[in-house]
Design a protein around this ligand. Structure first.
Ligand SMILES: Cc1cc2nc3c(=O)[nH]c(=O)nc-3n(C[C@H](O)[C@H](O)[C@H](O)COP(=O)(O)OP(=O)(O)OC[C@H]3O[C@@H](n4cnc5c(N)ncnc54)[C@H](O)[C@@H]3O)c2cc1C
Length: 378
């Protein structure tokens, strides 16, 4: 067994680590406080080739593997979950359906701008009445005179309303028992985008409600076969879970590092609190669980890169890192005492940003349902 990263994977990890430390860390708290979308950071990530890591070079991407992509998301999430989800939702949710299910013509038309980060992509699956039960899509698309007429709504859609958003891939009912995937470009008549939603965390990321009222979409914006939408979005979510798992891992690492540094510096009873066994045990538990999580996340990514089944491992990694990051963020905040509860403390932002990792791309219960199915349970 070889647990070492390849030189290419190390290069991507180190590039993102440096970028996160030098460019993101200094502004993350301010972006969060102001709920401001970081256009300048997204542009810089694009220039570094990090907005399309797993997209093949012929479409303008970096042609990297899934392990490299997971490493990049982990490094960003150590410092700023808002930026990490912006990249993750753009890459694995927004762009991937075009790469996996699009025709060559669609790929050549849309991928180069997306892979370069000049435009951002969104993925519109969740609806007000269809969250965990995502197959219960109510949005409809009717083929009339060579165009799709879309009606319905989507909710909580990441990246859907920025100034550089290209569009969204949605699931819609194209028949009684038929769900299909369609691309709706920003600016299409009948396509409405709400103001940004106010959130507990991920405040510098863009989250919107979308509405479609007799929205007319070209027939050629269908992705893949008509009726394949349900299978397609399950496949996209399988891959997306690796990046959300990487976010949980990165956030846990960031919280641990803050707690570790604070424990060594903070003195009570005449000595650093890190000399108390109770604090040491907390840090030891965090470090142990993070080590386990790292193995799960990288292995799920590696399986995908080998072309082997990875859905079960991706769901396990997403579930484990979701719950682990909650434990670590909570313990890390407690090590900060009252200072951790203050808005200006870095740990309080990580604590708020953590919660959605147990909700987005399938709640903890949904991961358990997926895992149970893979175990062969009815
Ligand atoms: C900040 C943010 C960004 C997001 N970005 C996107 C995006 O870009 N694109 C997108 O399509 N979606 C996005 N989502 C939506 C997200 O995927 C959903 O919120 C999530 O799937 C849960 O759906 P729901 O919110 O409707 O909750 P519900 O499905 O209503 O769940 C409510 C509770 O019931 C539980 N529950 C439901 N069914 C069962 C069951 N069968 N057994 C046991 N428990 C169950 C759930 O686990 C949960 O605890 C985003 C959400 C957030 C908060």
């Amino acid at each position: 067994m070889d647990f070492d990263l390849t030189p290419e994977q190390e290069l991507i990890r180190d590039t993102v680590r440096t970028f996160a430390r030098d460019r993101v860390q200094p502004v993350a708290a301010e972006l969060d406080r102001e709920g401001r979308f970081p256009y300048e950071l997204v542009a810089e990530l694009g220039e570094l080739g990090l907005m399309g890591i797993p997209i093949p070079e012929r479409f303008g991407g970096a042609g990297g593997d899934t392990v490299s992509y997971a490493l990049a998301i982990e490094e960003l999430a150590r410092v700023d979950s808002s930026l990490a989800i912006t990249v993750a939702a753009h890459t694995s949710l927004g762009t991937m359906p075009i790469l996996l299910f699009g025709t060559d013509e669609q790929r050549e038309r849309w991928l180069p701008d997306l892979a370069a980060g000049r435009r951002l992509a969104a993925f519109g699956l969740t609806e007000p009445g269809a969250g965990s039960d995502a197959g219960n899509t109510r949005t409809t698309a009717e083929l009339r005179d060579g165009t799709w007429v879309v009606n319905g709504s989507k909710i909580f859609i990441t990246n859907a309303g920025t100034d550089i958003t290209w569009g969204v891939t949605i699931t819609a009912r194209t028949g009684e028992d038929e769900i299909s995937s369609l691309v709706v470009e920003t600016g299409t008549p009948g396509y409405g985008i709400s103001p940004p939603m106010k959130k507990l965390g991920w405040r510098a990321s863009d989250t919107r409600e979308l509405s479609f009222e007799n929205c007319v979409v070209p027939e050629g914006n269908l992705l893949g076969e008509r009726g394949a939408g349900f299978r397609q979005f399950l496949e996209i979510l399988d891959g997306g879970r690796i990046s959300v798992a990487a976010m949980g891992l990165g956030l846990a690492e960031g919280a641990y590092e803050l707690a570790f540094a604070y424990a060594r510096e903070r003195e009570q009873f005449g000595r650093p609190i890190s000399s108390f066994q109770a604090v040491q045990f907390r840090l030891a538990d965090m470090a142990t669980e993070i080590e386990a999580a790292r193995g799960m996340v990288y292995r799920a990514a590696w399986l995908k890169d080998q072309g082997r089944p990875f859905a079960r491992e991706a769901a396990m990694a997403k579930l484990y890192t979701g719950e682990l990051s909650a434990r670590v963020a909570s313990a890390a905040l407690l090590i900060h005492g009252g200072y951790g509860f203050m808005e200006e403390s870095a740990i309080s932002r990580l604590y708020r940003d953590q919660k959605v990792l147990e909700i987005g791309e399938g709640t903890n219960e949904v991961q358990r349902m997926v895992i149970a199915r893979h175990l062969g349970l009815p």
